[in-house]
Design a protein around this ligand. Sequence first.
Ligand code: ADP
Ligand code: MG
Length: 262
Amino acid sequence: MLGARSRRTSPGAPIGIDPARSAVRLTEVTKEYGRGPSAVVALDQVSTGIAAGSFTAVMGPSGSGKSTFLHCAAGLDRPTSGTVQLGGQDLGELDETQLTRFRRTRIGFVFQAFNLLPSLTVEQNITLPLRLAGTRTDHDSVGSVTAAVGLAGLLGRRPAQLSGGQQQRVAIARALITRPEVIFADEPTGALDPDTAEDVLALLRQAVTDLHQTVVMVTHDPVAAQHTDLVVFLAGGRVAGRVDAPSAAQVKSVMTELRRNH
Ligand code: ADP
Ligand code: MG
């Protein structure tokens, strides 16, 4: 049911995703929290596609539905109605066990707070998704991923012995190790100083450009959005616009407009 991923060749090779295909597609996705008069409609009939091999930012005022969008798109939460397809798989068709396995093998996550396991070394943190998925750890692919994120000399350290930027690099390496269909990042630079944030954004960009990954990032930072190919704006739980090849100034002005009107 999960479908064979025949396009995967070796772990070091780019995934040959058809660029014309959406890596993620939401169709009329509505998410309500609660019921009756106190119900909150966090997403309201959202339909949008995320192109494979693209770096997309999701932006919008506080409470506009960004986290809910990310959680529904990544199969961490289920929509009240509508469908989410990821890599051609309708997530609504999967039961909880299948969905958990799907997330482990086909989706990568990067969080604001890094979410590394403090008792594990850098190398063990990075290879954790492989162990959870029951996949054999391929030392060549660990080597190429850690080299790509600039962690080669730090594999034996624990997270507490790393800077914030280094910890986020570990988290990105952990997200890359399974070569997932999509990497979802929720405010990945929110806890970092501006210079370190730039490094992390450059690394996510590199994952898209060099490794042909697809990255979807929630951010409130117009400078961060500038690194992406496309910004999808949410307001009041709806898609309020899209900007291709965004500049920080453009993004800032749309955000100001959305805050004024919502
Ligand atoms: P954002 O990430 O853009 O700030 P969220 O997706 O977190 O927005 O929230 C969208 C709306 O849904 C907000 O009105 C928020 O209060 C509401 N909401 C989010 N999560 C829950 C929840 N678990 N229970 C009730 N309401 C929620
Ligand atoms: Mg949020």
